[in-house]
Structure formats: C-alpha cells, structure tokens
Design a protein around this ligand. Structure first.
Ligand code: SF4
Ligand code: SF4
Length: 382
C-alpha cells in the first residue's frame, strides 16, 4: 500500500541502529517496533512489500512522539518527519483515524474566540471544583487555567508576533512578556488578526493533513508583507518554517523564510537587561521542535546567559513526552518518558526549568516542575 512516502526518502535508512538510544519510545520500552529503525522497516514492509496495515503496524506508528530526535542522531540523513507525517495521514484516512473527540477538538482550534471562551468556561469550572484534577491531567490541561488574560497591544509594524491558539488561551502572559522584550530590543511588534490563530501543527501531528494545510493557508493570508514573523512556541515555529514543504508553493516557501523562533531573533537583537543580585540557576529544557527540527536551541542559551546561571540536562535532549496531543492519547508512554526527564532535572540541581514550548511546559508542570518560558526570565530582567 502506498503510504505517500517518497521512495528515495524511505531508502535512506541503512538499519545501523545509531538512532535507537535517541528514541524516547525505544528507551522506555526496549521494543524494536517502537524504535526509528523498526518504524522505518515497518513502513517499507507496507509500502514496498504489500504488508497489511495491521494492529502492530498501527501501534508502532501511533506511539511515535514525532520528536525527531532520530533525525539529529542519524548519520544517513533519514528525514524521519517526512516518513511519519504521510504515514500518520494515511492511517488517519482509514479506520485507525484519531478518536472523534480528538478530531473535533483539533478542528475547533481554527475558531479562536471559541477556544478562548471554552478555556475561560473550563477555568471557571475548575474553580468550582467541577473538573477533577485527574481529568485535567488526563487531558493535558493545566490545573488552573487562566480566568483572565492580559490585553496585548501592538507596538509597531517591524515584526509580527505569532500568537497561536492554545498558547494564546492558556499562556498569553508569555506573549505579553515576549512583546515587552522584543519592543525593548528596538522592534515594533504587530499582532495577527484572528485568521492566524492555529498553525496546524497539532492537526498534522495527528495525521489530519487536510486540516493542517487549510490552517497553513489561513495563517499565510493573515500575515502579509515582508516583516519577520517571530514565534515563541517551538512547535508552532517548526510548523510555520515547514509550510513551504507542506503546501509546496513558492508563496508558502517565501512565508517560511520570514519565520524566526523569537530566541533566534533576540540573539541578533539583544534587549537591554539589568543585572541585579545573584542570577537564578536555570536548567534549559530543549523542546524537540526547537532542538531537532529548528536546530535553534543554542539561541536560548545565548539570550539567557546574561540573566541566569545555566545548567545542562545530561540526557542529550531526549524528548519529555509531551508531543502535541501525545500526553493525552498515550498517557502511559508519555508518563514513562517524562519520568526520565524528571530524573535528569533532579540530577541538574536546578530549581527552575526554562522551556520554549507550551506543550513541554505544561507536561512538566503537571509533574510539579517549576517551568518558565525563557522570555519571561528576560522580561523580569528588563
Ligand atoms: S534511521 Fe538512521 S540511524 Fe536509525 S537505523 Fe536508519 S540509518 Fe541508522
Ligand atoms: S520521532 Fe522520536 S519517537 Fe518517533 S521514532 Fe524518531 S526518535 Fe522515536
């Protein structure tokens, strides 16, 4: 069966196994089928050998966090994202599509007012004790969703700040910090209209390719011009930077070329920071879509080093298990993967963890970790 994978891409794997220690699902299960090599072999058996889309194949594919740690580790340059995304899309078009609640939730992300209103209603229900904490954690919700959000005001037109969907509803205070920091660094910040609410990353992650492409086209139309587009969520930034490939048009490629993770931009445009007292000791958690996909994780260290004593985790950037809706649909594996990250955080001795992705921040915070966005630390030091 054709999985929609380019045959040349599929042929790049030489089955050396060097990626195995960098794969979170292999690390916690030791199963070959849950390793990058095993997954590529399964794809080949289906696409080239006519093997059926049976339960073991589906499990092998659905348990992939899509962290792409295997891409950075692979000496043969296997483009794993370009293998797993069409595979997940093929599965989502058949009987193994994501559950109705997941599909409905992802489709709702395009209506930003609905997302914000729904989030506020949930926050109120949490305050009234109507949402059990176990359910919140099962769904990947913060224990206390915000009832109020800061009002964001544009400060100019030099750069766009992409604000997204869930992050704007749940963590708009981070956008407010980013707006202050970027403005202090000398750029006027424009804010997108409602059409640029969801980037489509969560839909693509779940295999809903048509939905992801529709959201990509909306986002491109909503952010016209030549100004840089700054993104403070690693998953969204990776998605926006890949629109050229996702849509395959020159317009989309030109749009992607304008996108920068906000830390990449700040590394080139440092804000004025004051230095007071002892800097806090901070462990940097690299979101996979910043480290393995955008490869922009060095910029976080560069911008944070004037205001914090940075310590490195000793797990070589292994995924934390958040992965889009992964923590909600694969809670046991996501929890086991997170346990490894928590152990690395404990070994680091840092009381604060800086993470530039809302999914990772929420997943770690649900386990009691004090997580802040790097730009929040910068905003405190302006
Ligand atoms: S994906 Fe790369 S590192 Fe992993 S087995 Fe294949 S060639 Fe080796
Ligand atoms: S993307 Fe991540 S979870 Fe999936 S095979 Fe690669 S390393 Fe493993």
């Amino acid at each position: 069966m054709d999985l929609g994978i380019d045959d040349d891409d599929l042929a790049t794997c030489v089955a050396c196994g060097l990626c195995l220690p960098h794969c979170p699902t292999y690390r916690v299960t030791g199963e070959e089928a849950l390793s990058p090599r095993g997954r590529v072999a399964g794809m080949r058996q289906v696409q080239e050998g006519g093997a059926p889309l049976d339960a073991s194949f589906v499990r092998s594919m659905e348990t992939c966090v899509q962290c792409r740690g295997c891409e950075t580790a692979c000496p043969s340059g296997v483009p794993f994202g370009r293998l797993i995304e069409p595979t997940r899309e093929t599965l989502a078009e058949g009987p193994d599509r994501p559950p109705l609640a997941v599909r409905a939730g992802l489709r709702a992300l395009r209506w930003h007012r609905l997302v914000v209103a729904g989030s506020t209603a949930l926050a109120a229900a949490q305050r009234l004790g109507l949402v059990p904490r176990r359910l919140s954690r099962r769904l990947g919700l913060p224990d206390r969703l915000p009832l109020r959000r800061p009002r964001l005001r544009p400060t100019g037109t030099d750069v766009w700040l992409f604000t997204g969907c869930v992050m704007d509803a749940w963590m708009r205070d981070v956008h407010a910090d980013v707006l202050r920091v970027v403005t202090a660094a000398g750029a006027g910040v424009a804010l997108p209209p409602a059409g640029a609410s969801c980037c489509g990353a969560l839909a693509l992650h779940a295999g809903l390719g048509a939905e992801a492409r529709a959201l990509a086209r909306r986002t491109i139309a909503a952010l016209p011009g030549d100004a840089r587009i700054l993104v403070d969520a690693a998953g969204c930034g990776a998605a926006l930077k890949d629109y050229g490939h996702l849509l395959g048009t020159p317009e989309a490629a030109a749009f992607s070329a304008r996108v920068r993770d906000v830390h990449e931009w700040l590394a080139e445009h440092p804000p004025p920071l004051r230095h007071t007292g002892d800097p806090p000791t901070v462990a940097v958690q690299d979101p996979c879509h910043l480290r393995h996909v955008q490869r922009a994780h060095a910029a976080v260290r560069s911008v944070l080093s004037p205001v914090a004593t940075l310590v490195e985790l000793d797990d070589e950037g292994l995924c934390c298990g958040a992965g889009g809706a992964y923590a909600a649909v694969q809670p046991q594996l996501a929890g086991a993967i997170r346990d490894r990250k928590l152990a690395a955080i404990r070994r680091s001795g840092a009381a604060i963890v800086a993470s530039a992705n809302p999914g990772c921040a929420l997943h770690l915070a649900a386990a009691g970790v004090d997580v802040v966005h790097p730009c929040t630390l910068l905003a405190r030091a302006l």
